[in-house]
Design a binder for this molecule. Sequence first.
Ligand code: HEC
Length: 143
Amino acid sequence: MQKNMRTRTIALFAALSVLAVTGCGKKPAKAPKNAMTAADSAAAASKQPYAMKEGKRLYNHYCGVCHGESGDGAGQYYGLTPTPANFTDKAFMKSLSDEALYKAINEGSASVGKSNMCPPWGNSFNPEEIEFIVGYIKTLQGS
Ligand code: HEC
C-alpha cells in the first residue's frame, strides 16, 4: 500500500513537470499594441511617489468636477463663467509659480485677483495636501 502511494506520487510529479515544461502547449494571447492592462496601470501607480498619488486622489475627488479629470477645464460643471483654469495649458501653467498656485488653492481664486468662482480650500486641506495637489496639477500639462 505504502509503496503504491509513492509510485503514484512520483508519477504525478512526473506528469506535472512535463506540463510545466510544455506549458500546456498554449501560446500567450497577444495583447494589442499599446494596450494598458489593469496590471500595468496598477504597476505604474505603485511606482508613483505617495505625494503624487495623494495629489491625484484629492484632485480627482475635489477639483475634477470643475477643472476636469484631465485638467482641461471642462469638468461636469460646464457653463461656468469664467471657465475653470485649464491646467493642460502649458503657457498658462508656466505663468504661475508654485507659490501662486498654492495661494489660489489655499485662499481661493479671488485672492489672486480672479473671480470668486474657485473656492478657498485652506479649511479642507492641510498645507502638505495642498502641496501634493500643486505638484499633481503641474503634471497635467504633459512633458
Ligand atoms: C466650483 C468649481 C470649481 C472647483 C470645485 C474648483 N475650482 Fe479651481 N477654478 C474654478 C474656476 C471657475 C476658476 C477660474 C477663476 C477665474 O479665472 O476667475 C478656477 C481657477 C483655479 C486656479 C487658477 C487660479 C489663477 O491664478 O488663475 C487654480 C490653481 C485652481 N482653480 C485650483 C483648483 C483646485 C486645486 C481645486 C480642488 C481642490 C479647484 N480649483 C476646485 C472653479 C473650480
